[in-house]
Design a protein. Structure first.
Lengths: 310, 278
């Protein structure tokens, strides 16, 4: 999607430039793109490639990495006696659960809000600002607030609902809390994107459909959804990638519990590479590569399915 | 039409219900920071404080040496502002390069950069730490500022914006004898101010709110920025509601104020960044 658009434009500008016929072969272009390229190479490209390489080594973050072939992958994928095998299973499983629980809600809730705002109610600006604002707060600040809101004995939620639920330390409440918090914290950006998209749909389409006798539900599925397909695709992919990188919410809210049931893969990666005791960066890297592959495969699948039906 | 009015009414009800959910955590936080801990413990659920106090702010900001919130706040400010400046400079230079300069491989390099955005960032976490460690930047602000300037998406935005500016501007300036650099400084920079503002706002908030990376590269409590710092604060004040919430509130003030003054840019930029796709 991105590439085709860019290429088309690029070939257009290239042609334009040929027509202008100005050629100045000098070093100065590299003075403009150079600063970024150098930083990009040192702090993004090299570490990414090196990260893949060390997943095939027994690196401990200090010594020289020693090549061990697929040993790390064999250990975490197939060695059932290994704690790292359990970590990967549990961590990746919980990460996928989180993605499954949150992504649909993080698409549907902001879509409903945007549809509501699209009726131009009084206080539109206030609503918009309120729903968007939490996206500007850090995960740690938001998690402190919600850990207090959901606290067992001093939390206002238990008090006003008149229950004694242990939201953060028993299931299924721990998952429910994580999902609620994530929706509250992150839907703002998607809402704004949908608002702009809904605004762009021509009123004529709806009027024509009304004349043909379509009801609201038909209009929604036949006109609204197809008209905002591009934005839906974009938000689904971006939201999924964001949720795969889940880390701060369970770390600070549920501490990965109860009994590791909300410990996600990034928490294990962090612990293995940077936790107390000897670093097991090789294993950590192999886990990161697997997580990265999952993200790429899922994005590709979403892209394929949402694009196909055009 | 009656039907249209029903739709409007129902959506207003829905919005009101949702805004209740969204506003309660905010009001709860703000109000609780003005309650004394003793009031909370004895009289946990009055909506407004019985006695309004500002002691929580004094304690959190200045009195706790093991959770130096004021210091974290300043660290964050230095990091986020420096990173924003660096990104704006680098991105405007590169955006100019990729949209206005002519050189071999320009388009190939740009397409390659765009393609790397598909790469999950988690893979570079561990080696990047090693690089930072080798440079001696652990517990140093540079550990956040410099790697934060490698993003490609901002260049894409700036380049996109620049292509909307007619080339005749540069060409006529060139005929008048202006150099590339003069054109960049005097002509292009003023015109791309809107997109640079967007880049700056997003860079600042992203830098301020970054959590995982700074919690890896900072282990000295004094030198930390506030976002990872709050995790320590949470551990310290786990049973002290008012103080914990005060720390959280202090941490969200800068991005909140920034948003109040620049709302328009935030809104526009989001539709900008999604609209260019698809």
């Amino acid at each position: 999607m991105i590439n085709t658009g860019v290429k088309k434009e690029l070939s257009m500008t290239a042609e334009l430039e040929k027509n202008l016929g100005k050629k100045r072969a000098n070093l100065s272009p590299y003075l403009y793109i150079g600063p970024h390229l150098i930083l990009f190479a040192i702090f993004f490209l090299f570490p990414t490639l090196y990260g893949i390489y060390i997943s095939f080594t027994n690196w401990d973050l200090i010594g020289t990495p020693e090549f061990v072939g697929f040993a790390n992958y064999k250990e975490i994928l197939f060695n059932q006696d290994s704690t790292f095998y359990d970590q990967l299973r549990n961590g990746l499983g919980n990460t996928f659960k989180f993605v499954l629980f949150t992504v649909p809600a993080c698409i549907i809730v902001p879509l409903l809000l945007a549809a509501g705002l699209n009726t131009k109610p009084k206080g539109l600006k206030f609503f918009q600002a309120l729903f968007y604002m939490p996206t500007l707060f850090s995960v740690s600040a938001v998690m402190i607030v919600f850990s207090m809101l959901f606290s067992v004995s001093f939390g206002p939620i238990n008090h006003y609902l008149n229950v004694e639920t242990n939201w953060l330390a028993t299931q299924p409440y721990a998952w429910i809390t994580l999902v609620i918090v994530t929706i509250w914290w992150t839907i703002g950006a998607n809402m704004i994107i949908y608002q702009a998209a809904l605004n762009g749909i021509s009123k004529d389409l709806y009027e024509a459909a009304a004349i043909d006798g379509a009801n609201s539900i038909q209009k929604f599925f036949r006109i609204t959804l197809p008209s905002i397909r591009a934005q839906l695709l974009y938000t689904v992919v971006i939201t999924t990638i964001a949720q795969f990188n889940i880390y701060g919410q369970p770390l600070m809210l549920t501490k990965g519990g109860p009994t590791s049931s909300t410990t996600v893969l990034l928490m294990y990666i962090q612990k293995n590479a940077f936790g107390s005791g000897n670093s097991i960066a090789g294993i950590g890297s192999a886990m990161a590569v697997i997580l990265g592959l999952c993200i790429m495969v899922v994005s590709a699948i979403q892209f394929f399915f949402l694009r196909q039906r055009d | 039409m009656a039907k249209k009015r029903t739709v409007k009414f129902v959506s207003l009800l829905f919005l009101l219900l949702m805004s209740f959910i969204w506003i309660v955590p905010l009001l709860y936080t703000i109000i609780t920071t003005f309650k004394s801990e003793a009031d909370i413990q004895s009289n946990a659920f009055t909506i407004l404080p019985i006695h309004w106090v500002i002691g929580n702010y004094q304690d959190v900001l200045f009195d706790n040496t093991s959770a130096p919130v004021a210091k974290w706040f300043m660290n964050s400010l230095i990091i986020s502002v420096s990173q924003t400046l660096l990104v704006v400079v680098i991105v405007s230079l590169a955006g100019y390069g990729y949209s206005r300069m002519k050189f071999k491989g320009r388009d190939a390099i740009f397409v390659f950069l765009m393609a790397t955005m598909m790469f999950p960032a988690v893979v570079n976490l561990i080696p990047l730490y090693k690089i930072i460690d080798t440079l001696g930047w652990v517990n140093n602000n540079l550990a956040m500022i410099v790697p934060g300037a490698t993003g490609v998406f901002n260049i894409f935005l700036v380049r996109q914006f620049m292509q909307g500016i007619p080339k005749e501007f540069d060409e006529s300036a060139r005929v008048d004898g202006a150099s590339d650099f003069q054109i960049f400084i005097k002509l292009v920079l003023p015109m791309i101010r809107p997109v640079l503002t967007v880049v700056a706002l997003f860079t600042f908030t992203a830098s301020w709110n970054d959590f995982l990376w700074p919690s890896i590269v900072f282990n000295d409590v004094e030198k930390m920025p506030i976002t990872p710092g709050l995790q320590l604060l949470q551990g310290m004040y786990s049973l002290d509601i008012a103080h914990a919430l005060t720390g959280a509130l202090v941490a969200i003030i800068p991005t909140f104020i920034l948003y109040l003054f620049t709302q328009k840019y935030f809104m526009e930029s989001l539709s900008l960044s999604s609209g260019v796709k698809g």
